[in-house]
Write a new protein. Structure first.
Length: 48
């Protein structure tokens, strides 16, 4: 039972760090996607 609680504690730590990295990655992805869409809209409005 002690091993299980240690595993849970470690898992919680890893999960927290993983979540932070995932959130950061998603933020970067969304920003990149947004800029890309903005660029496409600008190009389309200029060429149209």
């Amino acid at each position: 039972m002690i091993g299980y609680s240690v595993f849970l504690y470690l898992f919680h730590d890893i999960a927290r760090v993983g979540l932070r990295i995932a959130l950061l990655y998603v933020k970067v992805e969304v920003n990149t996607l947004f800029c890309f869409k903005l660029l496409i809209v600008i190009v389309l409005s200029v060429t149209a």
